[in-house]
Design a protein around this ligand. Structure first.
Ligand code: ADP
Length: 538
């Protein structure tokens, strides 16, 4: 039963991919403007082969039949005549096999979702040339068979090569390397002020370049490098891929609206090739650098976690040692007293003496525990006037690598309006990091593809309340009651100390920490007294 559900889902996916590919292919094929050179017509802006390459790289070379079938289907859609098929069939074969070879070259290299390393990108350049070369070669044979002079044949083949290379370099990266699930597309920081500026700059310059694109020369093309460099340095490979696809589509639209000569079209395409290679190389380097920085940060985090674990285990063993001595002594005194009481001739006075010694041992153990609590709560707070939004920013910075890796958005809402508070900022950051890290771990352990953690603030008169809410699975029922007790954890490697320490830090600030179950996720509410802030402020 389960197998049949899985296989029907698999079939559904195959049907979805096939449909999307054939629709995109036909659109690309239909939008490509026709141009004729020396009696041979070809499509100057044909992105269809670029889509075939993306299909094979993304979903595997086992999709090869689709790649051979798509050009035939497009020919059928255009109502080709019987004579037309004489050319359509070999062209479809040439396109399918060239693209297949290119895809095999790229697929042999490593890449992960949303990122291709420099080696893979270099192979992509070679593969693009192979695919474009294969398509051009068949057209060259076609022209030679039709028998015009050899020089014209070479010129036609050259233009076809350039046209296909441009489309593949500009259009396939976005389809090939990136995930288009809505949660991931929305993660691209479209809303940030800088991104809006980048889109505006790119749009304005594209408008200027392609709007004024005259036939004699390609005006101001070099200005396009500016927004491309800006976007690429900020958004890496993903930014480069999106911007290149946009520039390519703008060129197609401008060719439809303004109808250029073929020579101007090829000239523009040569420039686009240079732009694409530059942007993809730069984008890849930026992404690679970010990734290695992320890895260093992740290692650092791991190290801090290990240190925390070490401190935790050391504390636990020290505590066990400290407690075991008085408790063993107390046990021995109690046993001795019991023996005396049970003796045929009990010495009650002596037994009471021994028992009182046992009581003092238990008291000593109690003092050790008490001392530890005092140490946790009162150990020198370094109070200073702090802004909550600053404090939250510092905490976000510390967990951003972990959150990014798990595709979790960190959001801050309504914090700047809160009054400053007198707190030990380092301790409050420690509390926030604990809560944020718990939320990140909860979301990723639940195998959720993405999530969000929102830190919001509220001024409640004599209290300032900060909520840390996540979209994770929520708090497990079995720990809910004992959440703030030490050593309570549902994690295999968890010490279960984070929330206990966090609560005692807040209590030492005369505040509190509470957990609230949300319909979807968990929420921790921190309170800090406002009065203490104002008294100290005065
Ligand atoms: P640890 O992280 O070492 O387990 P904590 O005291 O920080 O110790 O957390 C105790 C337990 O509370 C965790 O093991 C987890 O089960 C639960 N918990 C804490 N935060 C969350 C959260 N945001 N979502 C779900 N469960 C949580």
């Amino acid at each position: 039963m389960q197998a049949s559900v899985a296989s029907s889902r698999g079939l559904e996916n195959v049907a979805r991919v096939a449909l999307a590919y054939f629709v995109l292919y036909s659109i690309g094929d239909a939008l490509a403007a026709w141009h004729a050179v020396d009696g041979v017509d070809f499509k100057l802006w044909n992105a269809a082969p670029a889509m075939s390459l993306a299909l094979l790289v993304r979903f595997g070379v086992r999709w090869w039949p689709a790649v051979f079938a798509a050009p035939l289907a497009a020919g059928f859609l255009h109502g080709a005549t019987i004579e037309g098929w004489v050319w359509i069939a070999p062209r479809a074969f040439a396109e399918g096999s060239s693209v297949l070879i290119a895809a095999i070259l790229i697929s042999a290299k490593d890449r992960s979702v949303d990122f291709a390393p420099l080696r893979t990108v270099s192979t992509f350049f070679v593969a693009a040339a192979v695919a474009a070369g294969g398509i051009a070669l068949v057209r060259l044979c076609e022209v030679l068979i039709a028998a015009p002079s050899e020089t014209a044949a070479l010129a036609v083949a050259g233009r076809i090569f350039v046209a296909n290379l441009t489309a593949i370099l500009c259009f396939s990266p976005i389809l090939m390397f990136y995930d288009f699930a809505p949660t991931r597309v929305l993660r691209w920081p479209l809303i940030s002020y800088e991104t809006v500026m980048q889109i505006a700059a790119l749009g304005a310059i594209v408008w200027e370049v392609f709007g004024r694109f005259a036939n004699a020369e390609v005006h101001f093309f070099y200005v396009l490098f500016l927004p491309l460099a800006w976007i690429t340095t900020r958004h890496g490979q993903r930014g480069a891929a999106i911007a290149l696809a946009f520039v390519f589509l703008s060129a197609v639209v401008s060719d439809w609206l303004l109808i250029h000569t073929l020579r101007a079209g090829t000239e523009l395409q040569l420039r686009l090739i240079v732009l694409a290679v530059t942007a993809l190389l730069l984008g890849t380097m930026v992404s690679e650098r970010r990734r290695s920085q992320g890895q260093v940060q992740a290692q650092q985090t791991e190290l801090t976690h290990l240190q925390r674990l070490n401190i935790g285990s050391e504390m636990a063993s020290a505590l066990a040692h400290e407690l075991s001595q008085p408790l063993t002594a107390a046990m021995n005194y109690t046993l001795a007293a019991l023996r005396m009481i049970k003796a045929p001739d009990p010495d009650l006075e002596r037994a009471a003496e021994v028992l009182s010694k046992g009581i003092s041992q238990v008291e000593a153990a109690g003092q050790t525990v008490h001392g530890l609590r005092e140490f946790m709560q009162k150990s020198e707070l370094r109070l200073s006037l702090s802004h909550i939004d600053e404090t939250v920013k510092r905490a976000f910075h510390l967990v951003s690598a972990e959150a990014d890796a798990a595709h979790i958005d960190l959001r801050a809402v309504g914090l700047s309006a809160l009054p400053p508070v007198y707190v030990d900022q380092v301790r409050i950051v420690q509390v926030l990091v604990n809560l944020l890290r718990n939320a990140v771990q909860a979301i990723s352990e639940a195998k959720m593809a993405s999530g969000a953690i929102t830190v919001s603030g509220m001024d409640k008169g004599d209290l300032i309340e900060i909520s840390v809410a996540d979209t994770g699975p929520g708090i497990a029922a079995e720990v809910m009651e004992r959440l703030f007790l030490p050593f309570v954890s549902t994690k295999a490697s968890g010490m279960g100390l984070g929330l206990a320490i966090s609560k005692s830090i807040l209590e030492s600030h005369e505040g509190d920490l509470q957990a609230v179950a949300l319909p979807q996720g968990a929420c921790f509410k921190l309170t800090l007294p406002r009065s203490s802030a104002e008294i100290r402020d005065a």
